[in-house]
Design a protein. Structure first.
Length: 317
């Protein structure tokens, strides 16, 4: 069996399930809309999963795919409803997190402890830099004096959050290019919470490189062709143009070394390619999206690759 922790209405999950060797061998745990059940017992320590009123033990699970994504609010945003939903999600997460101990010997995409560490963007930059990747000049702080001293030669800098911010009902905070003189006028805002501040790097184009186990899928994003994608192509990802490309072998080897250092099975990597053809690491998302690229690129087979990896580790009943 394959255990999937995530929203069954997530089109990425359903697309992978459709390509599994045996889609019926899947148990869903959906914290946003629970249908299937789970049970922990202590003394002895046991975990059971239920599908269509049939009970399955941990020994019957071969692979776990953890893909819980932030859920956007409905247009009719209600604070009480939102708080209730957050409470339910937190309760589910408190129960589900111990699965990493109960099922530690199983195949995970990705191991929970690894996922949490890799989601920390400072950790990403440290690891990438140690392995010789170029990274942007970066200052992470809530001290405006130190920030402006660090970037005293820069006219523009990039700000992005350490985590993520969704402003109800559906506004997402992306990376933003800010003029330093304008930011100085809002210095008091900087001290409220730390943020990631980076030099603004000129781009020729960008790369979205998805790695599934040891398989690399590299997509060139012509982010500079449209004004609303020059800073962060995610602001209009359907408006950018895409091209499936092959990377040179030496860069592939370095990427796989980075992927291994992170300990990931799946990761979506973002790089800038400068006009001087320098590759600059930005970040990796351990649960990044990819279907919008497959819609545009017929030969991009990330979904199939994920299905193959999960199918290879499932225990059939």
């Amino acid at each position: 069996m394959i255990l999937i922790v995530g929203d069954s209405s997530d089109i990425h999950i359903s697309s992978v399930c459709n390509l599994l060797t045996d889609p019926e061998q899947v148990i869903f745990i959906n914290p946003h809309n629970a249908v299937e059940c789970i049970k922990f017992t202590f003394s002895p320590f046991l975990v059971s999963f239920f599908k269509e009123n049939k009970e399955y033990s941990a020994n019957e699970i071969g692979a776990i795919w953890w893909r819980i994504k932030p859920k956007l609010s409905s247009n009719s945003f209600d604070l009480k409803e939102a708080e209730t939903a957050q409470f339910i999600l937190r309760e589910w997460l408190f129960m589900l997190e111990p699965l990493s101990n109960f099922l530690a010997d199983k195949f995970w995409i990705n191991q929970r402890s690894i996922d949490k560490e890799v989601r920390n963007k400072p950790n990403q930059l440290i690891t990438a830099s140690k392995l010789g990747f170029s990274i942007p000049k970066t200052c992470i702080t809530n001290n405006p004096v130190e920030l402006f001293l660090f970037f005293k030669e820069e006219e523009y800098i990039i700000y992005k959050p350490l985590g993520y911010l969704i402003i109800p009902p559906d506004e997402v905070l992306y990376a933003n290019k800010i003029k330093v003189t304008e930011l100085k006028k809002r210095s008091a805002h900087i001290s409220v919470a730390p943020g990631i501040f980076q030099e603004y790097i000129q781009k020729a184009y960008e790369l979205r490189i998805t790695i599934v186990d040891h398989e690399i899928f590299a997509v060139k994003i012509d982010s500079q062709a449209e004004a609303n994608t020059t800073i962060d192509w995610r602001k209009d990802q359907n408006g950018a143009s895409y091209e499936l490309i092959d990377l040179d072998d030496s860069f592939k080897h370095r990427l796989l070394a980075l992927h291994q250092a992170f300990g990931l099975v799946f990761g979506a990597y973002d790089f800038i390619v400068t006009p001087n053809n320098e590759y600059v690491f930005l970040e990796v998302n351990p649960a990044g999206q990819w279907l919008w690229m497959e819609d545009k690129l017929e030969n991009l087979k990330i979904t199939q690759s994920l299905a193959n990896v999960l199918s290879a580790h499932q225990i059939k009943q």
